[in-house]
Design a binder for this molecule. Structure first.
Ligand SMILES: Nc1nc2c(c(=O)[nH]1)N[C@H]1C(S)=C(S)[C@@H](COP(=O)(O)O)O[C@H]1N2
Ligand SMILES: [Mo]
Length: 300
């Protein structure tokens, strides 16, 4: 297979090139994905990977929504670099038998890291294909032993007014998000720590974030410091800011337009023409059963 960016000279060695070459190298050696134990990364395409060309690292780190670092897509690339992501802790608390606060390095050691190539769809009708490194959120939750009362998972992002002096107005901070517990336990829901086989760039939510590939991008909270299990549905930032535009579920749905624009199509970063948006962002076969009997026009 050719390099992903045949327009670049062979000497342009970037994490993106190393990543592409590593995959080819492992494949050529006949290494089965399953045989590559953690923390090594899989070389083949696993059952959770989409077979689409990953978006360039340049685009993935220069076209971001990260309101703590400013309202414009280029602001995180300008402003997020200064955030100190070590030391860092992530606590898991609330309706769990075994609450725990992990140091970031302890977290990386405790859970085998995998690579997952996921489609990503922002509510603003652009999309990307992102080669993440991380581990199933379910693994972290199970280890904390959810109580019988736990029905939801709530995520809190880091916020520091001084470190985030460019933060956009219009939403509250810290950024908060949430999932129903069965959504959070779905094997597609990831705790993400890396991109293109390298530690997560600050622009994409370093050192640790959530990624939920069948929902609009804003459900995937960056830079998280807390996961709380709860009996009741937690508040979420965009729903608090504009409840008529953003619901709790926010599953990717080409049939439910945003009040201000259509959701039928999307523009893939790096491409010119728009493509149709798929129900559940193409993950319907895996996740549609979570919503059986629900009216997804009402529960947008
Ligand atoms: N803490 C926090 N998390 C966030 C956001 C944010 O502003 N703050 N933006 C969300 C939105 S709207 C999108 S589209 C994705 C963007 O992720 P990416 O930059 O890795 O593509 O992050 C989501 N997570
Ligand atoms: Mo978004």
């Amino acid at each position: 297979m050719a390099s992903y960016r045949s327009d670049e000279p062979a000497s342009a060695i970037t994490p993106e090139h190393l990543w592409a070459n590593r995959r080819e190298f492992l494949k050529a050696m006949g290494v089965a994905a399953a045989a590559l134990a953690a923390p090594a990364l899989a070389g083949g395409r696993g059952p959770f990977d989409v077979d689409e060309k990953p978006t360039s690292l340049q685009d993935l780190t220069h076209y971001n929504n990260f309101y703590e670092f400013g309202p414009d897509k280029g602001d995180p690339a300008e402003n997020a670099g200064a955030l100190k992501t070590r030391p860092w802790t992530l606590s898991i608390e609330g309706e769990v038998a075994k609450p725990k606060t992990y140091g970031i390095d302890e977290l990386l050691k405790a859970f085998p890291q995998e690579e997952r190539i996921y489609r990503f769809r922002c509510v603003e009708a652009w999309s990307a294909v992102m080669p993440w490194t991380g581990f199933p959120l379910a693994a972290l939750l199970k280890k904390a032993e959810p109580t019988a009362k736990a029905k939801y998972a709530a995520f809190t992002s880091f916020y520091d007014a001084k470190a985030m002096s460019h933060a956009a107005s219009g939403i509250g901070y810290p950024y908060v998000e949430g999932l129903r517990l069965d959504e959070a336990m779905h094997p597609l829901a990831l705790v993400v720590t890396g991109l293109y086989g390298k530690p997560l760039p600050n622009t994409n939510g370093a050192p640790v974030r959530i990624v939920v590939p069948w929902k609009y991008g804003f459900k995937s909270a960056k830079c998280i410091v807390k996961i709380r299990l709860a009996a009741d549905q937690p508040p979420t930032t965009w729903n608090l800011a504009k409840p008529e535009e953003y619901g709790f579920y926010s599953n990717v749905n080409p049939e439910v337009d945003h009040p201000r624009w259509s959701q039928a199509k999307e523009r893939r970063l790096g491409e010119l023409f728009r493509r149709p948006t798929l129900p559940f962002n193409g993950y319907g076969a895996q996740v549609a059963s979570l919503y059986k009997g629900m009216d997804l026009k009402k529960n947008y």
